[in-house]
Write a protein that binds this ligand. Structure first.
Ligand code: NAD
Length: 312
Protein backbone atom coordinates (compact mmCIF):
# COMPACT_ATOMS: atom_id res chain seq x y z
CA UNK A 1 0.00 0.00 0.00
CA UNK A 2 1.46 3.37 -1.05
CA UNK A 3 1.77 5.92 1.74
CA UNK A 4 -1.05 8.46 2.02
CA UNK A 5 -0.59 12.23 2.21
CA UNK A 6 -2.02 13.58 5.46
CA UNK A 7 -2.32 17.19 6.59
CA UNK A 8 -2.36 17.43 10.41
CA UNK A 9 -3.42 20.70 12.08
CA UNK A 10 -2.27 21.18 15.66
CA UNK A 11 0.69 18.90 14.80
CA UNK A 12 3.05 20.40 17.41
CA UNK A 13 0.62 19.73 20.26
CA UNK A 14 0.28 16.80 22.64
CA UNK A 15 -2.05 14.57 20.57
CA UNK A 16 -0.89 16.06 17.24
CA UNK A 17 2.78 15.17 17.71
CA UNK A 18 1.96 11.55 18.66
CA UNK A 19 -0.38 11.32 15.64
CA UNK A 20 2.37 12.59 13.33
CA UNK A 21 4.85 10.07 14.80
CA UNK A 22 2.39 7.22 14.20
CA UNK A 23 1.62 8.24 10.59
CA UNK A 24 5.27 8.65 9.63
CA UNK A 25 6.20 5.35 11.33
CA UNK A 26 3.48 3.69 9.25
CA UNK A 27 5.02 4.99 5.99
CA UNK A 28 2.75 7.97 5.28
CA UNK A 29 3.69 11.51 4.22
CA UNK A 30 2.68 14.25 6.65
CA UNK A 31 2.47 18.01 6.52
CA UNK A 32 2.12 19.34 10.06
CA UNK A 33 0.61 22.80 10.56
CA UNK A 34 0.58 24.65 13.87
CA UNK A 35 0.77 28.25 15.07
CA UNK A 36 2.80 27.11 18.12
CA UNK A 37 0.40 28.87 20.49
CA UNK A 38 0.38 25.95 22.97
CA UNK A 39 2.33 23.35 20.96
CA UNK A 40 6.13 23.32 20.66
CA UNK A 41 8.76 22.43 18.06
CA UNK A 42 10.31 20.28 20.81
CA UNK A 43 7.31 17.92 20.59
CA UNK A 44 8.36 17.29 16.97
CA UNK A 45 12.11 17.07 17.65
CA UNK A 46 12.20 13.35 16.92
CA UNK A 47 10.70 13.77 13.48
CA UNK A 48 11.80 17.13 12.05
CA UNK A 49 14.67 15.54 10.07
CA UNK A 50 12.40 12.84 8.62
CA UNK A 51 12.03 13.28 4.84
CA UNK A 52 8.36 12.25 4.86
CA UNK A 53 7.53 15.03 7.35
CA UNK A 54 7.24 18.76 6.71
CA UNK A 55 6.12 21.54 9.00
CA UNK A 56 4.50 24.94 8.42
CA UNK A 57 3.78 27.56 11.06
CA UNK A 58 0.30 28.90 10.32
CA UNK A 59 -2.87 30.05 12.08
CA UNK A 60 -5.51 27.72 10.63
CA UNK A 61 -8.37 30.09 11.54
CA UNK A 62 -7.03 32.76 9.16
CA UNK A 63 -9.42 33.04 6.19
CA UNK A 64 -8.18 30.97 3.23
CA UNK A 65 -4.98 29.80 4.98
CA UNK A 66 -5.85 26.08 5.09
CA UNK A 67 -7.25 26.22 1.54
CA UNK A 68 -3.99 27.61 0.22
CA UNK A 69 -1.98 24.88 2.00
CA UNK A 70 -4.34 22.17 0.70
CA UNK A 71 -4.10 23.52 -2.84
CA UNK A 72 -0.31 23.12 -2.71
CA UNK A 73 -0.09 19.86 -0.73
CA UNK A 74 -3.02 17.80 -2.12
CA UNK A 75 -3.64 15.69 1.01
CA UNK A 76 -5.73 12.50 0.96
CA UNK A 77 -6.97 13.36 4.45
CA UNK A 78 -6.95 16.31 6.85
CA UNK A 79 -6.71 15.51 10.57
CA UNK A 80 -7.96 18.65 12.31
CA UNK A 81 -6.69 18.85 15.90
CA UNK A 82 -5.82 22.57 16.26
CA UNK A 83 -8.11 24.22 18.80
CA UNK A 84 -8.47 26.41 21.84
CA UNK A 85 -8.26 23.56 24.33
CA UNK A 86 -8.69 25.53 27.55
CA UNK A 87 -12.29 25.23 28.75
CA UNK A 88 -11.97 28.14 31.25
CA UNK A 89 -10.50 30.40 28.51
CA UNK A 90 -13.44 29.49 26.29
CA UNK A 91 -15.74 30.87 29.00
CA UNK A 92 -13.89 34.17 29.42
CA UNK A 93 -13.09 34.61 25.70
CA UNK A 94 -16.08 33.24 23.77
CA UNK A 95 -15.02 35.12 20.62
CA UNK A 96 -11.65 33.39 20.60
CA UNK A 97 -13.36 30.06 21.32
CA UNK A 98 -15.64 30.63 18.30
CA UNK A 99 -12.74 31.58 16.01
CA UNK A 100 -10.50 28.64 16.97
CA UNK A 101 -13.12 25.95 17.65
CA UNK A 102 -15.81 26.73 15.03
CA UNK A 103 -14.43 29.14 12.39
CA UNK A 104 -11.23 27.09 11.98
CA UNK A 105 -13.32 23.94 11.42
CA UNK A 106 -15.26 25.77 8.72
CA UNK A 107 -11.97 26.79 7.09
CA UNK A 108 -10.91 23.12 7.06
CA UNK A 109 -14.27 22.01 5.59
CA UNK A 110 -14.13 24.66 2.89
CA UNK A 111 -10.53 23.80 2.00
CA UNK A 112 -11.60 20.15 1.60
CA UNK A 113 -14.64 21.05 -0.51
CA UNK A 114 -12.81 23.44 -2.82
CA UNK A 115 -9.82 21.16 -3.38
CA UNK A 116 -11.51 17.74 -3.34
CA UNK A 117 -10.03 16.28 -0.15
CA UNK A 118 -12.03 13.09 0.36
CA UNK A 119 -11.78 12.74 4.16
CA UNK A 120 -11.51 14.83 7.34
CA UNK A 121 -10.81 13.42 10.83
CA UNK A 122 -11.81 15.85 13.58
CA UNK A 123 -10.88 16.06 17.29
CA UNK A 124 -14.16 16.42 19.10
CA UNK A 125 -14.53 15.82 22.82
CA UNK A 126 -16.56 14.04 25.50
CA UNK A 127 -17.36 17.63 26.56
CA UNK A 128 -20.22 17.53 24.01
CA UNK A 129 -22.14 15.26 26.43
CA UNK A 130 -21.97 17.60 29.43
CA UNK A 131 -23.27 16.07 32.66
CA UNK A 132 -25.15 12.94 31.61
CA UNK A 133 -26.75 10.64 34.19
CA UNK A 134 -26.63 7.45 32.09
CA UNK A 135 -23.17 5.88 31.96
CA UNK A 136 -21.39 4.55 29.99
CA UNK A 137 -22.04 7.13 27.29
CA UNK A 138 -22.87 5.81 23.84
CA UNK A 139 -22.76 8.18 20.86
CA UNK A 140 -26.57 8.29 20.88
CA UNK A 141 -26.61 9.89 24.37
CA UNK A 142 -28.02 13.43 24.56
CA UNK A 143 -25.49 16.18 23.90
CA UNK A 144 -26.04 18.95 26.42
CA UNK A 145 -22.66 20.64 26.85
CA UNK A 146 -21.95 22.77 29.90
CA UNK A 147 -19.25 25.00 28.36
CA UNK A 148 -18.59 27.23 25.36
CA UNK A 149 -15.87 24.73 24.44
CA UNK A 150 -18.35 21.81 24.48
CA UNK A 151 -20.88 23.71 22.37
CA UNK A 152 -18.21 24.70 19.85
CA UNK A 153 -17.10 21.07 19.48
CA UNK A 154 -20.74 20.02 18.92
CA UNK A 155 -21.27 22.77 16.33
CA UNK A 156 -18.11 21.64 14.55
CA UNK A 157 -19.38 18.06 14.48
CA UNK A 158 -22.60 19.30 12.88
CA UNK A 159 -20.72 21.41 10.34
CA UNK A 160 -18.73 18.33 9.36
CA UNK A 161 -21.89 16.20 9.14
CA UNK A 162 -23.33 18.86 6.82
CA UNK A 163 -20.28 18.77 4.54
CA UNK A 164 -20.63 15.00 4.35
CA UNK A 165 -24.33 15.21 3.50
CA UNK A 166 -23.96 17.96 0.89
CA UNK A 167 -20.55 17.24 -0.66
CA UNK A 168 -19.84 13.59 0.14
CA UNK A 169 -16.67 14.29 2.14
CA UNK A 170 -16.07 11.41 4.58
CA UNK A 171 -16.04 13.08 7.98
CA UNK A 172 -14.96 11.26 11.12
CA UNK A 173 -15.54 12.95 14.50
CA UNK A 174 -13.71 11.37 17.44
CA UNK A 175 -15.03 12.29 20.87
CA UNK A 176 -11.84 11.92 22.89
CA UNK A 177 -12.33 11.27 26.59
CA UNK A 178 -9.48 12.17 29.01
CA UNK A 179 -6.28 11.74 27.04
CA UNK A 180 -3.02 11.29 28.96
CA UNK A 181 0.60 10.40 28.20
CA UNK A 182 4.04 11.85 27.52
CA UNK A 183 4.27 15.48 26.21
CA UNK A 184 1.14 16.70 27.97
CA UNK A 185 2.24 19.97 29.57
CA UNK A 186 1.97 19.59 33.38
CA UNK A 187 2.74 23.29 33.80
CA UNK A 188 -0.60 24.25 32.29
CA UNK A 189 -3.37 24.54 34.89
CA UNK A 190 -5.76 23.25 32.23
CA UNK A 191 -3.72 20.11 31.59
CA UNK A 192 -5.09 16.68 32.41
CA UNK A 193 -5.11 15.53 36.02
CA UNK A 194 -2.84 12.56 35.22
CA UNK A 195 -0.09 14.82 33.95
CA UNK A 196 -0.42 17.30 36.84
CA UNK A 197 -0.55 14.62 39.57
CA UNK A 198 2.35 12.64 38.04
CA UNK A 199 4.48 15.75 37.94
CA UNK A 200 3.73 16.69 41.56
CA UNK A 201 4.48 13.17 42.84
CA UNK A 202 7.73 13.23 40.85
CA UNK A 203 8.91 16.45 42.54
CA UNK A 204 7.60 15.46 46.00
CA UNK A 205 4.79 18.04 46.22
CA UNK A 206 1.26 17.27 47.49
CA UNK A 207 -1.64 17.06 45.06
CA UNK A 208 -4.96 18.81 45.65
CA UNK A 209 -8.18 16.79 45.58
CA UNK A 210 -11.48 18.64 45.29
CA UNK A 211 -14.11 16.49 47.03
CA UNK A 212 -13.54 12.93 48.24
CA UNK A 213 -11.51 11.67 45.28
CA UNK A 214 -14.13 9.19 44.11
CA UNK A 215 -14.76 11.24 40.97
CA UNK A 216 -13.80 9.13 37.96
CA UNK A 217 -12.76 9.45 34.34
CA UNK A 218 -12.23 7.30 31.26
CA UNK A 219 -8.49 7.86 30.77
CA UNK A 220 -7.32 7.05 27.27
CA UNK A 221 -3.63 6.67 26.41
CA UNK A 222 -2.32 9.12 23.79
CA UNK A 223 -0.62 6.38 21.76
CA UNK A 224 -4.04 4.72 21.31
CA UNK A 225 -5.61 8.03 20.27
CA UNK A 226 -2.81 8.54 17.73
CA UNK A 227 -3.45 5.03 16.40
CA UNK A 228 -7.17 5.71 16.03
CA UNK A 229 -6.43 8.98 14.19
CA UNK A 230 -3.95 7.29 11.87
CA UNK A 231 -6.24 4.33 11.12
CA UNK A 232 -9.22 6.58 10.37
CA UNK A 233 -7.12 8.89 8.20
CA UNK A 234 -5.56 6.16 6.07
CA UNK A 235 -8.19 3.41 5.97
CA UNK A 236 -8.76 2.08 2.43
CA UNK A 237 -12.40 1.37 3.22
CA UNK A 238 -14.87 4.27 3.50
CA UNK A 239 -15.39 5.53 7.03
CA UNK A 240 -17.48 8.34 8.45
CA UNK A 241 -19.51 9.10 11.55
CA UNK A 242 -19.08 10.11 15.17
CA UNK A 243 -17.23 7.81 17.56
CA UNK A 244 -16.24 7.84 21.20
CA UNK A 245 -12.48 7.49 21.56
CA UNK A 246 -12.32 5.90 25.00
CA UNK A 247 -11.51 2.68 26.84
CA UNK A 248 -14.79 1.93 28.64
CA UNK A 249 -12.76 1.62 31.88
CA UNK A 250 -13.41 3.88 34.86
CA UNK A 251 -10.53 5.17 37.01
CA UNK A 252 -11.06 7.34 40.09
CA UNK A 253 -8.65 9.95 41.42
CA UNK A 254 -8.09 7.65 44.41
CA UNK A 255 -7.11 4.84 41.99
CA UNK A 256 -4.67 7.20 40.29
CA UNK A 257 -3.16 8.24 43.63
CA UNK A 258 -2.84 4.60 44.73
CA UNK A 259 -0.71 3.82 41.64
CA UNK A 260 1.42 6.94 42.19
CA UNK A 261 1.81 6.14 45.91
CA UNK A 262 3.22 2.71 45.06
CA UNK A 263 5.63 4.29 42.59
CA UNK A 264 6.72 7.14 44.89
CA UNK A 265 6.59 5.75 48.46
CA UNK A 266 6.80 8.49 51.08
CA UNK A 267 5.21 11.13 48.85
CA UNK A 268 3.26 13.83 50.76
CA UNK A 269 -0.41 13.09 51.48
CA UNK A 270 -2.96 14.77 49.16
CA UNK A 271 -4.58 18.02 50.32
CA UNK A 272 -8.39 17.83 50.36
CA UNK A 273 -10.52 20.83 49.39
CA UNK A 274 -14.31 21.12 49.03
CA UNK A 275 -15.86 19.92 45.79
CA UNK A 276 -15.87 22.60 43.04
CA UNK A 277 -19.17 23.73 41.60
CA UNK A 278 -19.53 22.70 37.96
CA UNK A 279 -17.06 19.79 38.08
CA UNK A 280 -18.42 16.66 36.41
CA UNK A 281 -18.40 13.79 38.92
CA UNK A 282 -18.13 10.78 36.60
CA UNK A 283 -17.33 10.33 32.92
CA UNK A 284 -17.21 7.01 31.11
CA UNK A 285 -17.55 6.17 27.42
CA UNK A 286 -18.71 3.12 25.49
CA UNK A 287 -16.07 2.13 22.88
CA UNK A 288 -18.26 -0.36 20.96
CA UNK A 289 -18.76 1.83 17.86
CA UNK A 290 -15.08 2.73 17.30
CA UNK A 291 -14.18 -0.91 17.81
CA UNK A 292 -16.49 -2.07 15.05
CA UNK A 293 -15.61 0.80 12.65
CA UNK A 294 -11.81 0.60 12.97
CA UNK A 295 -11.33 -2.95 14.29
CA UNK A 296 -9.39 -1.16 16.99
CA UNK A 297 -10.25 0.52 20.24
CA UNK A 298 -8.01 2.21 22.80
CA UNK A 299 -7.04 -0.53 25.22
CA UNK A 300 -3.71 0.31 26.86
CA UNK A 301 -4.25 -0.58 30.55
CA UNK A 302 -4.09 2.53 32.72
CA UNK A 303 -1.18 1.27 34.85
CA UNK A 304 0.83 0.56 31.68
CA UNK A 305 0.15 3.98 30.09
CA UNK A 306 0.94 5.71 33.36
CA UNK A 307 4.17 3.71 33.62
CA UNK A 308 5.22 4.95 30.17
CA UNK A 309 4.41 8.53 31.14
CA UNK A 310 6.44 8.25 34.36
CA UNK A 311 9.39 6.71 32.54
CA UNK A 312 9.48 9.59 30.02
N1 NAD B 1 -6.16 16.26 25.65
C1 NAD B 1 -7.41 15.83 25.84
O1 NAD B 1 -7.71 15.13 26.84
C2 NAD B 1 -8.49 16.14 24.83
C3 NAD B 1 -9.79 15.68 25.09
C4 NAD B 1 -10.79 15.97 24.16
C5 NAD B 1 -10.50 16.66 23.00
N2 NAD B 1 -9.23 17.12 22.78
C6 NAD B 1 -8.98 17.84 21.52
O2 NAD B 1 -7.84 17.29 20.89
C7 NAD B 1 -7.17 18.30 20.14
C8 NAD B 1 -5.69 18.34 20.53
O3 NAD B 1 -5.60 18.70 21.90
P1 NAD B 1 -4.25 18.54 22.75
O4 NAD B 1 -4.62 18.00 24.08
O5 NAD B 1 -3.20 17.86 21.95
O6 NAD B 1 -3.88 20.08 22.99
P2 NAD B 1 -2.58 20.92 22.56
O7 NAD B 1 -2.77 22.31 23.09
O8 NAD B 1 -1.35 20.21 22.97
O9 NAD B 1 -2.70 20.90 20.98
C9 NAD B 1 -3.40 21.85 20.23
C10 NAD B 1 -2.45 22.36 19.15
O10 NAD B 1 -3.15 23.25 18.28
C11 NAD B 1 -2.30 24.38 18.03
N3 NAD B 1 -3.19 25.48 17.66
C12 NAD B 1 -4.10 26.12 18.45
N4 NAD B 1 -4.74 27.08 17.74
C13 NAD B 1 -4.22 27.04 16.48
C14 NAD B 1 -4.46 27.78 15.30
N5 NAD B 1 -5.36 28.75 15.27
N6 NAD B 1 -3.75 27.48 14.19
C15 NAD B 1 -2.81 26.48 14.22
N7 NAD B 1 -2.54 25.75 15.31
C16 NAD B 1 -3.23 26.03 16.43
C17 NAD B 1 -1.54 24.59 19.33
O11 NAD B 1 -0.35 25.33 19.17
C18 NAD B 1 -1.28 23.14 19.75
O12 NAD B 1 -0.08 22.65 19.19
C19 NAD B 1 -7.93 19.59 20.41
O13 NAD B 1 -8.85 19.80 19.36
C20 NAD B 1 -8.66 19.31 21.71
O14 NAD B 1 -9.82 20.11 21.83
C21 NAD B 1 -8.22 16.87 23.67
Amino acid sequence: MAGKRVLVTGAAGFIGSHTVDRLVADGHHVLGVDDLSTGTQENLSGILEESRFNFEKQDVSAPGAVASIVERYHPDTIIHLAALVSVPRGETEPGLNYRLNVQATHEVCEAARRHQVPRIVFASSAAVYGECAELPLAESAPTIPVSQYGYAKRISEQLLEGYRASYGIETVCFRYFNVYGPRQDPASPYSGVVSIFSDRFRVGQPVTIYGDGTQSRDFVYVGDVAMANALAATSETPIYGTFNCCTGESTSLLDLIAVLDRRFPGAPKPEHHPERAGDIKHSLGDPTAIQSALKFAPATPFAEGLGTLLAD
